[in-house]
Each structure stands twice: as C-alpha cells, then as structure tokens.
Design a protein around this ligand. Structure first.
Ligand code: ZN
Length: 106
C-alpha cells in the first residue's frame, strides 16, 4: 500500500490507527507541527548575526584578537590590551569593512 499523502513511498501500518502516511511524510508533518522550535532556531541565528555583523555592536575581541575597528571607534580605554596587541590589530586587514590594508604593508 502506498502513502496516502505522496503516493510515492510505502504506507506505514500502525497497530492502533491503521494505515498511516509513510515515514518521510510523517517527518514532514512533525516539522510543520512544531513551528515554535523553528522560530526559536531562527531568532537564535539572527541574534548571532547581530553580534557578528551589526555595525552598532562592535566586539572588542574577535577570535581572540583585538578588533581594529573597535579601537578605531572606541579607543582602548574600556579593554585590557597591550601596546603590542594594539599594534598587531592595527596592522591587520580590516576584515569587517572589507577595506584593503595595502597602505600598511611594507
Ligand atoms: Zn509520503
């Protein structure tokens, strides 16, 4: 017997409910019936994007290194960095804005 929903897969026979849609369609239905989980997942990834890319939220550190953009915007007063770290950050290409750092290269 074929799945009543898609007519492509084998229907599942439930001991109580009889003929059920196939496994793929049952899974699809499960996902559709839990929109809450989907929304939470979405908002979670948006939150992460905001932290990474939003222009008004600049993190002082990125991948363990001091952010050049942060220093340019806020200075180094609020964060603990050594001069060496600052120099290293300023020598880095500005990966956030896509600006070239060719001026800084020797
Ligand atoms: Zn099906």
């Amino acid at each position: 017997m074929l799945c009543s929903n898609c007519q492509k897969e084998e229907a599942q026979i439930h001991p109580l409910y009889g003929v059920m849609p196939g496994l793929a369609c049952q899974k699809k239905r499960e996902i559709q019936q839990s929109p809450r989980g989907y929304i939470e997942f979405t908002s979670e990834s948006i939150k992460r994007d905001r932290v990474d890319y939003a222009d008004d939220i600049i993190q002082p550190y990125r991948s363990g290194e001091v952010s050049k953009k942060y220093i340019q915007k806020y200075g180094t007063k609020g964060i603990e960095v050594t001069e060496k770290e600052i120099k290293k950050a300023m020598d880095n290409p500005d990966v956030w804005s896509g600006e070239s750092n060719s001026y800084y290269r020797e």
